[in-house]
Ligand binder design. Structure first.
Ligand SMILES: [Zn+2]
Length: 356
């Protein structure tokens, strides 16, 4: 990624990450993306769907080799599920993660009348001065966790009088940090990095006048992937490249400074020819890639294929450590993911390989 694009990428990534968007509460970040897309309206058509998903279509009149790149902008979060008689707030999760991943995290409550309140997610025996070793021994379960609201409340009425009600969305403080050593630490790198990479690629396409080289090409931004409802508007497509986080950990091949081509996730292997296409492309363009298998992982490909769309799908992404917790990746992984994305976008359609 050239310097001017890297600066844009980091700026837009920070804005995206700092705009709360737990699944079901994504309109603010949708509007941020739509504002960015205004830059490109002379180059294509924008479609906005009822679940907040967006498609930007270059060369929509062309019907051969309809290709797309897709990332989701919804994130994990929480939901106010119950208020106790003493005003204590109980929570439901949005998306999949253990309670330990958010214990002690600062949060914001977003009320229906657009007010925001702060709080902290805590275990019910948080003080070791009172509870001693039971702090370590008890499991973190939903009914043992609560939201400590930074307001003086002692009843349901006190909480309601602030405008806070059951059903309000709760977002996690992302704590975005870019270190001098090139690491990005933040919540929601899954998958605001994917969105920022697509927007950066669009900027490069416009500034270098590449739009006529890419045929029918869609940039797809989905809302609801974390709850299995992301790409449910996608149809009439031949190839779909998903950009989503790669899983870094001891049992995985993915690394924080490389792009991963995922060959299989929980739903099964990805398209054979598409995989070969991406591997060949990486080899011939010095893109630092690894292959990996994700054992507990689904993505927007699953939604599209389950709807019966006749499309080849593949999944790539930057290696992200501690996914769905306090995540981290390196600028090198983002650069190699970007290179693979732009080479794919400017390259030829996937050819059938299995008969060679
Ligand atoms: Zn994701």
């Amino acid at each position: 990624m050239k310097e001017q694009y890297q600066k844009y990428f980091l700026d837009i990534l920070k804005s995206l990450i700092e705009t709360p968007s737990p699944s079901g509460y994504t309109f603010h970040v949708r509007n941020l993306i739509l504002k960015e897309l205004e830059e490109y309206k002379s180059l294509g058509e924008v479609k906005v769907y009822k679940n907040n998903g967006i498609e930007f279509i270059f060369n929509s009149s062309k019907t051969e080799n309809r290709r797309a790149i897709c990332s989701h902008f919804d994130t994990l979060g929480l939901f106010l599920s119950h208020i106790e008689t003493d005003g204590m707030i109980r929570l439901d999760m949005i998306g999949g993660y253990p309670w330990t991943a958010v214990e002690g995290e600062y949060v914001k409550i977003h009320t229906m009348d657009n007010k925001t309140y702060t709080g902290t997610i805590l275990f019910h025996k948080a003080s070791t001065h009172i509870y001693g070793s039971s702090y370590d021994q008890e499991p973190r379960k939903q009914d043992l966790m609560y939201l400590r609201l930074d307001e003086k409340v002692s009843s349901i009425e006190d909480v309601n009088n602030l405008g806070i009600f059951l059903g309000d969305f709760v977002s996690l403080d992302p704590r975005f940090v870019y270190t001098n050593s090139g690491f990005l630490k933040s919540r929601h790198l899954d998958n605001k990095t994917g969105i920022a990479l697509i927007l950066t690629m669009m900027k490069q396409i416009k500034e270098q006048n590449l739009q006529n080289k890419i045929g029918h090409f869609r940039c797809i931004f989905t809302s609801g992937e974390e709850i299995g409802k992301g790409a449910n508007f996608v149809k009439d497509l031949d190839e779909l490249l998903i950009v989503d986080n790669a899983v870094v950990g001891k049992t995985q091949n993915s690394l924080e400074d490389k792009v991963t081509i995922c060959v299989k996730d929980s739903t099964g292997p990805f398209d054979y020819s598409f995989k070969k296409h991406l591997i060949n492309m990486s080899k011939s363009n010095q893109i630092d890639y690894v292959l990996d298998v994700y054992k507990r992982y689904g993505c927007d490909s699953e939604t599209v294929l389950k709807l019966g769309v006749d499309v080849r799908t593949a999944l790539i992404g930057p290696g992200i450590d501690a996914s769905h917790s306090y995540e981290r990746t390196h600028i090198d992984a983002l650069t190699h993911t970007f290179l693979l994305m732009i080479n794919y976008t400017l390259g030829d359609a996937v050819k059938e390989h299995c008969v060679e």
